[in-house]
Structures are given as C-alpha cells and as structure tokens.
Design a protein around this ligand. Structure first.
Ligand code: IPM
Ligand code: MG
Length: 355
C-alpha cells in the first residue's frame, strides 16, 4: 500500500516523539511491504516563528492533500505573550477544523504492566480501566467568538443540533462495537447548549436500541472517573468537557505519555496525535515518552488505512517493550530499565513482528 502522511512535528518534544513514531512506521512498511511517504508540514509556534502564522494556508493544504496527518505537540512558554489569534494552539484548532475532524477518540486503558503507576488504589484499578472518551472537536467554546473589551472578556459556547447529532452517532456506533454502554456527559442543570445536547442524545438513542444510554453531569463524571472508572465504556461529550476529562482519564492509567488519539471526520483522512502537550521543560533532553505518538500512528494504520494487522503489530510491540521491563522516565519504577526517547523508539521498531 502506498500512502502519503503529512508530518507535523510541532514544538517542544514534538519533533523527538514524531521521529520515533516514523521509525516504527518505517519498520512496519518494510516488514509488511508498504510504502509511506512523508511530507513535512509546519504548524504551531515553529510555524509562527518561520512564517508569522501558526498555520499558513500552504501548510494546511499539505495536510489536506495527504492521506492522513501525524502530529507531535504544539505550544510553549516562548509564545505566552502572543495575541490569541496567533497563538500556537490556534494553529492546532485551525488544523482540526480545516481537516473537518469533528470526532476525537481518546482511549483510557490501563496496561497491566503499568498498574502500579496509577495513582488510584489497587482495589479500584483491579476492577479494570478500559473506556473511550469521544470528544466533539470542532465546535463549542473553542470555536465561538472570543473577545476582550476593557475589563470584560467573552467566549461564546454554541452548538447546533446537527453538530451534536453527528458526534452523537459516533458515540453510539463506538459503544455498539464495544460493551454497549454510552454515557453522555453535559451540564444540563446550567447550560442551554447542554440541554440541547441531552435532548439530541435521547432522540438518537431510539435508533440504537442495542446501546444503553445514560446521562451524567460533567462535575459528577469527573468524580466518578476516580471513584470507579470500571463503570465506563464510552463517554460522549462536548469539546471542552472532553479536553478536561481526557487529561483526568489519562492520569488514572499511569501516564498521559501513553495515550494516543484519533480525530476523524466523514472521510478516511484523520489527524493522529498523542493527548499530552509539548512538555518544553524536557524538550531536547531525550527524556520524552514516544509511546503515545507511536500508538497514535497505530490508530492511523487501523482507522485511516484499514491495516488492522499492522496496527496490532505496533500495539503488541508496546506490550513487549513493557513486558521486557523498559520504561521511559515518566513511567519508571524500581527494578525497571530506564530508557530515553530514542532508545524507546529503537526497541519498539525492533519488536515489530508480522504475527
Ligand atoms: C488537547 C490540548 C489542546 C486542546 C490544546 C493544546 C489547544 O489540550 O489536545 O487536549 O485543548 O484541545
Ligand atoms: Mg487537553
């Protein structure tokens, strides 16, 4: 299979973690007889420094022309003083919206080898942590009007029924393929947009009799995720609630450095990125954990290229690396062998097998 992948390395640890993911993809290509062609695209603080724009039109065009997009991370203290519309994060939001990837899938699954790294009590972890947050990614407060006048600042949170319905369908379809339980998370005791959200979810529920729908207010959900995460199968929620809950959910699995994500729209082209940030404090020190990005590349193989055996091979390699006792600094524990970002990528590439 021949595929063109737009590679957006970004800022901070972005370039180092992406380099390791490409190492693994190259190994997959060799072993399974594919050809992946990489096109570099600039987005984030690095693009602002180079072009004066966090996502110049020609860089977005490269991403739109590719079969899929692999992204590291963007942002950092260097750009803290930059006006809102030029911030590195704005480049990321424009990329998501420009690609039309409204559905962000963030798995929270504990690797048994890392159970000790979870900050939760063993008695809670033992019940199992395996759920997915389906986060609406191109609407809500992130994309409403932002305005500051004097001592007053305004951010608009708006959703249309159509936007809610299309992400709702992804939530139901995802749950139908798993354990059949969908939890819709909102703040309908306060927000109009959440009352609309809840109404649309319940209307959709009639079309998916095999899925059991429940509702949870977002504050209660934040509490339930640490109290008993085993109760969740699929959570569907709006953009900002999903941002916050997915950081919380990642932490209970041990490290945010392990969690990949896929963002898809109506076609097969997706945006694949780890859910962590650019970690400027450890950038360039060969300390970052590339596994979240490597697993994002595996999601690309599975969801955009329909290569499930190849995706399985990458996920198995991560399991073998952990079984063999190798750990990056963020997941290090006594008795394990600490490795840097590059060595971690080399080991993962070496563990890739056809079956
Ligand atoms: C994420 C990040 C981004 C978001 C930032 C960098 C804009 O936190 O992907 O979760 O809020 O969506
Ligand atoms: Mg976030």
């Amino acid at each position: 299979m021949n595929k063109e992948i737009a590679v957006v390395r970004g800022d901070g640890i972005g370039p180092e973690i992406v380099a390791e993911a490409l190492k693994v993809l190259d190994r997959v290509a060799d072993m399974f007889g594919h050809s992946f062609h990489y096109v570099e695209a600039w987005m984030g603080g690095c693009a602002l420094d180079r072009f004066g724009d966090p996502l110049p039109e020609q860089e977005l065009e490269k991403c739109l022309a590719a079969d899929s997009v692999l992204l590291g991370a963007v942002g950092g203290p260097k750009w803290n003083g930059v006006p809102g519309h030029l911030r590195p994060e704005k480049g990321l939001l424009r990329l998501r919206s420009g690609l039309g990837v409204y559905s962000n899938n963030r798995p929270a699954k504990i690797w048994p080898q890392l159970a000790d790294a979870s900050p939760l009590k063993a008695s809670i972890v033992e019940k199992g942590i395996d759920f997915i947050i389906v986060r609406e990614l191109t609407g809500g407060i992130y994309f409403g009007e932002h305005r500051t006048e004097g001592d007053t600042a305004v951010d608009v949170l708006k959703y249309t029924e159509k936007e809610i319905e299309r992400i709702g369908r992804i939530g139901f379809a995802t749950a139908a393929k798993r354990r059949g339980r969908l939890c819709s998370v909102e703040k309908s005791n306060v927000l109009d947009s959440s009352r609309l959200w809840k109404k649309v979810m319940h209307r959709l529920a009639e079309e998916y009799p095999e899925v059991e729908l429940s509702d949870l207010l977002v504050d209660n959900c934040a509490m339930q995720i640490v109290k008993d995460p085993s109760q969740f199968d699929v959570i569907v929620t709006e953009n900002m609630f999903g941002d916050i809950l997915s950081d919380e959910a990642s932490m209970i699995t041990g490290s945010i450095g392990m969690i990949p994500s896929s963002s898809l729209g109506d076609g097969s082209r997706g945006l694949y990125e780890p859910i962590h940030g650019s970690a400027p404090d450890i950038a360039g020190k060969d300390l970052a954990n590339p596994i979240g990005t490597v697993l994002s590349a595996a999601m690309m193989l599975r969801y955009s290229f329909d290569l499930p055996s190849e995706a399985d091979a990458v996920e198995r390699a991560v399991g073998q690396l952990l079984d063999a006792g190798y750990r990056t600094a963020d997941i290090m524990s006594p008795g394990m062998k600490q490795v840097g970002c590059r060595a971690c990528g080399d080991l993962l590439a070496g563990f890739i097998r056809k079956d």
